[in-house]
Write a protein that binds this ligand. Structure first.
Ligand SMILES: [Zn+2]
Length: 275
């Protein structure tokens, strides 16, 4: 049976309680990568933990793990190293506070970069170092359906990416909790050494966010059926020789899509496992 870790970005929202209730009912554990402060992006309003702490306290009480997803969800490449670190630290303070409020010990320090911009813009990995077999798999994984502005990797971008990795490592962040991922494009590339948390399958659920509608006409997936087809046709998700890390989103107005996709994966035999 294929097994997957469920990871969810961009909490909290007005639907977080509903989403957590659903996952508890389905006995699905998950990491929620949370935003510290309020931000607005492409018409999507997010309150962040500062304004909306209670759903996250309740999620912690119910056994969900909280990861850091920065304070205002900006691309690391658009910020200086110092600004990015400040974004991470302000969010850390929120997370620590909410674990304390929930009366629970924080089990792991987890971090995911917004937009998977790890400091080098769309150069998520050093694509020039990948084998001919791995390169198309990873470009598909990180660029699929995105209107990414692909700029060449420069020394400066690479240096910022490496400095951010070193910072995260020094601060005790880890990706080691996602055990049993054995795809060659994961174990034999820099994905294996990443201190931030990457993924092995993206549901692209966010493309159906109604708030993004004015921007979404060029995006690859336009309907729930198309997203179900993406799940069905993924060459890696259904294999049982490796675990997967599935990426989904908690956005206002996206819960119905989220729920339908989780149930669809379950109906195809995907088992969501503990972290
Ligand atoms: Zn995000």
């Amino acid at each position: 049976m294929p097994q997957a870790y469920l990871t969810i970005d961009d909490s909290p929202t007005r639907d977080t309680d509903k989403l957590v209730d659903f996952l508890v009912e389905q006995e699905i554990p998950a990491v929620l990568y949370c935003i510290g402060g309020a931000y607005e992006e492409l018409g999507l309003q997010c309150e962040g933990m500062e304004v909306m702490p209670d759903p996250i306290v309740r999620a912690i009480e119910r056994g969900f793990i909280i990861g850091n997803h920065t304070y205002t969800h900006q691309r690391a490449n658009d910020l200086t190293l110092e600004q990015e670190i400040e974004e991470i630290e302000k969010t850390e303070a929120q997370i620590e506070k909410l674990y304390k409020r929930a009366g629970k010990t924080r089990p792991h320090k987890l971090f995911r970069f917004p937009h998977i911009d790890r400091g080098a813009a769309a150069n998520v990995l050093d694509f020039s170092k990948l084998s001919a077999a791995d390169e198309p798999v990873l470009k598909e994984l990180f660029w699929s359906g995105l209107c990414v502005d692909i700029q060449p990797q420069t020394e400066a971008l690479l240096e910022k990416k490496n400095k951010l990795q070193a910072y995260l490592k020094r601060e005790g962040f880890t990706a080691d909790i996602f055990k049993g991922v054995t795809f060659p494009w994961y174990t034999d590339t820099e994905m294996a050494e990443a201190v931030d948390n990457l993924y092995t399958f993206s549901t692209a659920d966010w493309m159906l966010n109604p708030d993004f509608k004015p921007h979404s006409k060029d995006w690859t997936y336009q309907s729930l059926d198309a997203l179900k087809g993406k799940i069905d046709s993924d060459p890696w998700l259904h294999r049982d020789d490796s675990k997967n890390i599935v990426l989904m989103h908690d956005h206002n107005k996206l819960f119905d899509t989220f729920k339908a996709l989780v149930l669809h994966m379950k109906s195809k035999g995907v088992e969501f496992i503990s972290i």
